[in-house]
Design a protein around this ligand. Structure first.
Ligand SMILES: [Zn+2]
Length: 304
């Protein structure tokens, strides 16, 4: 278990991003090296909307027998309350093949979203073209990710700095306003729907876990929790995450126990410089892993 005083980390970290996510730069190798060094035994790579990191992660895992790896993804879906991030854990090779239509929809969504933002910015009077976006993407994304995912949207952190540099905004605080002005001009596409994504994912045996749920749950509003448990076909809740205040972790855990859901924990790392210090630093106890492992599809854990 994570204990900053003893310097120990959690047994597992089930929410991690790599440079296969449009908004992350940590590499697959950095995550495996960081996990091995910190004694984190189980990791799930949960890139945004894609499972494109799986081949690389499997090959890196072969050189890290002490780190077990769970193929996974963080799929954002559109539901009755808007967009909700879902950590989907445990994609077998057969599941990845069977879900080709889901991956296609997300790849296309990322490109359409990026294009609609550029179109909206131009309509709002800013010189932000697809060529500018392409240049920005090429400045930080890997050629491999670009070749599979194409012209996606740009990480907010990078796009915000660019907007300041170009004089579109004067400060970070104005970023949200300029994005909503662009959205008024050209509507950005909604995320793929809950009804399309989640039944397909579940039919392949992957666990569907609501990520950092505090905002979605309106802290601990029972009515909202029940609504989302049913609508999002929840198998679990990410009870331990830096976005979940510590006093709510036991509240969410009790809710999981009441409804037969698993409880997950992860750090949501995105950046290389955070890997060493942060991997496995969530407060989920080690027992939660045993429950999750018991519900993952047979054979899905690499080095398990
Ligand atoms: Zn995430």
């Amino acid at each position: 278990m994570y204990d900053p005083e003893k310097g120990t980390r959690s047994l597992y970290d089930l929410h991690l991003h790599t440079c296969w996510s449009y908004d992350a730069l940590a590499t697959v190798t950095e995550l495996f090296d960081g996990a091995a060094e910190a004694g984190v035994r189980y990791i799930a790579v949960t890139d945004h909307h894609v499972i494109d990191s799986v081949p690389e992660a499997k090959s890196v895992a072969a050189g890290h027998p002490d780190v077990a790896y769970i193929p996974a993804g963080e799929l954002t879906v559109h539901c009755s309350i808007g967009a909700v991030d879902m950590v989907c854990l445990g994609f077998t090779d057969a599941a990845i093949d069977a879900l080709a239509d889901v991956w296609d929809v997300y790849h296309q969504w990322q490109c359409e979203y990026g294009a609609s933002l550029c179109a909206g910015m131009q309509a709002a009077g800013f010189d932000y073209t697809d060529a500018h976006r392409e240049e920005l993407l090429a400045s930080y994304r890997t050629p491999e990710a670009l070749s599979i995912q194409g012209m996606t949207h740009v990480a907010n952190k990078i796009q915000r700095a660019y907007f300041i540099e170009r004089g579109f905004i004067d400060s970070d605080a104005e970023y949200g306003q300029v994005l909503s002005a662009a959205g008024q001009e050209v509507r950005r596409p909604s995320y793929p729907s809950t009804e399309f994504v989640l039944p397909r994912v579940k039919s392949q045996g992957a666990l569907v876990i609501i990520a950092h749920p505090t905002r979605y749950f309106l802290e601990d509003n029972r009515e909202r929790m029940d609504l989302l448990r049913e609508e999002l076909l929840l198998d679990g809740v990410e009870c331990a995450h830096s976005g979940v205040p510590e006093h709510l972790t036991p509240v969410y855990r009790a809710y999981c126990e009441e409804h037969g859901l698993v409880s997950s924990g992860g750090t949501d790392l995105h950046w290389s410089e955070d890997v060493r210090d942060k991997i496995g630093t969530h407060i989920g106890p080690d027992e939660w892993w045993t429950e999750i492992a018991g519900r993952l599809p047979e054979g899905v854990i690499v080095n398990g």
